[in-house]
Design a protein around this ligand. Structure first.
Ligand code: GLC
Length: 734
């Protein structure tokens, strides 16, 4: 009897305890509860100190959670094309972990060059898996700043000169990353289009150019991609730093675009407590550092949103409701990521990641010139292939600033070519030397340039063909954060070397690894040119597959290559327009960026936006629309046939540009409003169908501060590039 009573009592007390704990189990810990409920309850349990502590860094890349409530820290990490190695708590330098060597993906100019949103989804999903695996809940990327000049040191990290192309690529990238329970942090918002004077240059730009050129990719990332984080940029806009700029953050981002995520400052981008509190910043990182080298002096407790903020709250200077909005956003981020119910474990450096990286790289490589079918070079066609150039062997994943990576492996172009053609058929000579990649130093060649050229010429002389592999690199003043390039020329004596090689052997192809346009004084002398970007861990395999014909190149340029630097719009307006004068900069090029400028000023570029060749040929049919007259809320259905008229299968990024010839405001000659990458077997014909919403043909009306579609004629053109229009059709808007 006694035993029974004890047993019954025992069962009762356990179930009572369980009910008690269940009844007391805080909603915010219950992953099945709606996120907004979890946010509200967690917020209601937090003290003032805990709330303020959540709004600023506690280390180089992390910010506080609420240990008392079981709410984890926020861990961010670079970068847009790979997960940066672990650094020390308070230092930029690597911490020497042994399990953080990642897969390097192609830099984003290469992804944009694929003109393939499916590649962007694959990219986001895959890099998100690596971030997830490394327990980062915020990936500091992608960057979508527009390519305004060929000198910007960070163009390689972005998606080119066209806002529509950038918009179509950034959306699936963000969706892919966030499928992993990792927040994408789209950067740098906004108008960070150069590295020169980046921490303070005060940009003035018209509302039209702001909304038509510089904001669309961010707007798409937020409204369509549902990005969970945005990074403010270093520069100023109309006199106020973008990390705490009321117009950009409170008005445009959080009110107009209904952004419900976290605004994170760039590292060292915060300069003022009042503005940081009231102008829409949520999370302050890296104060008193320069985002690259200085490790910062101010202790975390003295960050602008730390004790100064707490003192202001306690004195009544700042309202707790504004603080609560910041904390809600950060809690929401945590519940969407680390504390979400369904985030996967992620994956790191897997064969699938290598394959994804290689596929994306292969689809981004752009064939710019190919006289007399120089390419492809099938295996076995030649006995002796000379590979010349430092970029054939130099690591291009290291350096360049915050996007620098410690990788599990990196297949160099030389290694890829040897694996493809066999070491007996490949000879190599360095040709030029750029010296080690050192921050803030213009590093030139340390080795005797002439002896390098002589050795390269000797190697080239008795080869069947020469593959010159050069371009830029991640050295300071090249494709690197923290400074812009000083000219558009190829550095380190490459033009002289190419000329010498051509004297020794006329069969010299130039393969450029870079993230920016370069001058090509040899463009008429060489039979073939390939723009091959920074392709990451699989670079050598992707390049070898394309040059050998195993893969038919299908990339197209995401930015124009001008014939000379002052053909570029921003540069042509002088110093006030770029890089700025006495700290101020006016975007006098306005809405005429890239091909918009070349079309309007009738300047022929060296290579046009949207241009790229294939090993096959394509024939475009006449463009037609489903009807002639549309109302502003309708969608135009465009169609045309595309035929692969060559002998090999291939893919073509077809493009449709829209013009409003009789607009009442100045408009570019034409603007990209649709594209589709189509895979066609040799001889195959497909009917391409694209849709363009009439409202997307609008211009930004500065008077009404909204978008306007004027009644009247619009012209739609299908094209293989911005300067290769195939046909046109007119429609009327009521
Ligand atoms: C850097 C960069 C930014 C990067 C951050 C953290 O300065 O501007 O893109 O994510 O600081 O490294």
């Amino acid at each position: 009897m006694r035993v029974t009573r004890i047993t019954i009592f025992g069962i009762l007390s356990i179930s009572l305890f369980l009910n008690f704990t269940r009844a007391q189990k805080p909603v915010y810990l219950d992953v099945k509860q709606p996120i907004e409920k979890r946010v509200e309850q967690a917020l209601s349990l937090m003290t003032l100190d805990e709330k303020v502590a959540m709004c600023h860094a506690q280390s180089k890349f992390s910010s506080k959670g609420v240990p008392r409530l079981g709410i984890p820290e926020v861990w961010t990490d670079d970068g847009p094309h790979g997960i940066r190695e672990e650094v020390f708590w308070d230092k930029w330098s690597g911490a020497g972990w042994t399990n953080d060597s990642c897969t390097a993906f192609p830099a984003l100019t290469s992804l944009a060059a694929s003109f393939n949103p499916q590649m962007a989804l694959l990219y986001g999903k895959t890099i998100g898996e690596e971030a997830r695996y490394r327990n980062k809940n915020v990936l500091l990327g992608p960057g979508v700043n527009i390519y305004r000049t060929p000198l910007n040191g960070r163009n390689f990290e972005y998606m080119g000169e066209d806002p529509y192309l950038s918009s179509r690529i950034v959306v699936p990238y963000v969706q892919g990353v966030q499928q992993n329970g990792v927040a994408a942090c789209v950067k740098h918002f906004a108008l960070n289009n150069q590295e020169a004077d980046r921490m303070s240059v005060d940009v003035e730009v018209s509302d039209r150019a702001l909304h038509e050129i510089y904001l669309p990719a961010f707007k798409a990332a937020v409204e369509e991609g549902k990005a969970w984080a945005i990074m403010g940029s270093y520069n100023q806009f109309r006199g106020v730093h973008c990390c705490h700029n009321d117009l950009l953050l409170n008005k445009i981002l959080k009110t107009d675009w209904k952004f419900d995520g976290v605004v994170i400052s760039d590292w060292g981008g915060v300069h003022n407590t009042d503005q940081a509190v009231n102008n829409g910043l949520d999370l302050e990182m890296g104060t008193s550092t320069n985002g690259l080298t200085t490790d910062g002096t101010s202790p975390y407790s003295e960050y602008y949103l730390a004790n100064p903020y707490l003192r202001g709250l306690k004195s009544g200077k700042y309202s707790e409701s504004v603080l609560n909005d910041k904390v809600r956003r950060i809690l929401r981020l945590i519940f969407r990521t680390t504390m979400s119910a369904d985030h996967p474990f992620g994956k790191f450096v897997s064969p699938e990641h290598s394959e994804a990286s290689r596929k994306i790289a292969e689809e981004g490589i752009v064939l710019l010139k190919n006289n007399k079918q120089f390419f492809p070079i099938p295996v076995g066609k030649y006995q002796k292939i000379a590979v010349i150039g430092e970029n054939a062997t130099r690591s291009l994943v290291i350096g360049g600033g915050s996007s620098s990576l410690k990788v599990a492996y990196e297949v160099s172009p030389l290694k890829g070519l040897i694996q493809k053609y066999g070491k007996d058929h490949i000879t190599f000579s360095k040709g030029y030397a750029s010296g080690e990649n050192e921050y803030n130093k213009e590093v030139g060649s340390q080795q005797n340039a002439d002896s390098l050229i002589n050795a390269a010429v000797a190697t080239a002389k008795d080869a069947d063909v020469v593959l010159f592999i050069g371009g830029l690199n991640k050295n300071h003043f090249q494709d690197s954060e923290g400074a812009d390039r000083k000219s558009m020329d190829l550095p380190f004596g490459q033009d002289k070397l190419i000329a010498a090689l051509l004297k020794a052997n006329k069969n010299v192809a130039v393969i450029l690894l870079s993230g920016n346009a370069v001058s090509m004084p040899w463009v008429n002398e060489v039979p073939a040119i390939v723009q091959a970007w920074y392709l990451g861990s699989e670079a050598g395999n992707a390049i070898a597959n394309v040059l050998s014909g195993e893969v038919n190149p299908s990339g197209k340029l995401p930015f124009s290559f001008p014939k000379k630097l002052d053909d570029n719009a921003a540069i042509s307006f002088g110093q006030i327009s770029y890089p700025g004068l006495d700290g101020k900069e006016e975007y006098k090029d306005d809405i005429l960026v890239g091909y918009r400028w070349f079309d309007t000023k009738k300047i022929t570029p060296l290579f046009a936006f949207g241009y790229g060749l294939s090993y096959t040929t394509f024939e475009y049919g006449k463009i037609t629309t489903d009807k002639k007259l549309y109302t502003p809320d309708e969608t135009v259905k465009v169609s045309f046939t595309l035929k692969n008229t060559g002998k090999v299968d291939g893919a073509e990024a077809t493009q449709v540009y829209v013009s409003e010839p009789k607009a009442t405001v100045m408009r570019p000659v034409k603007e990209l409003k649709a594209f589709k990458k189509v895979f066609l077997k040799a001889g195959e014909t497909q009917t391409i169908e694209l849709e363009i919403k009439v409202k997307d043909m609008a211009f930004y009306n500065e008077t009404t501060q909204s978008w306007t579609v004027e009644p009247g004629e619009f012209v739609l053109r299908n094209a293989a590039s911005s300067n290769d229009v195939k046909s046109s059709v007119s429609i009327q808007i009521k």
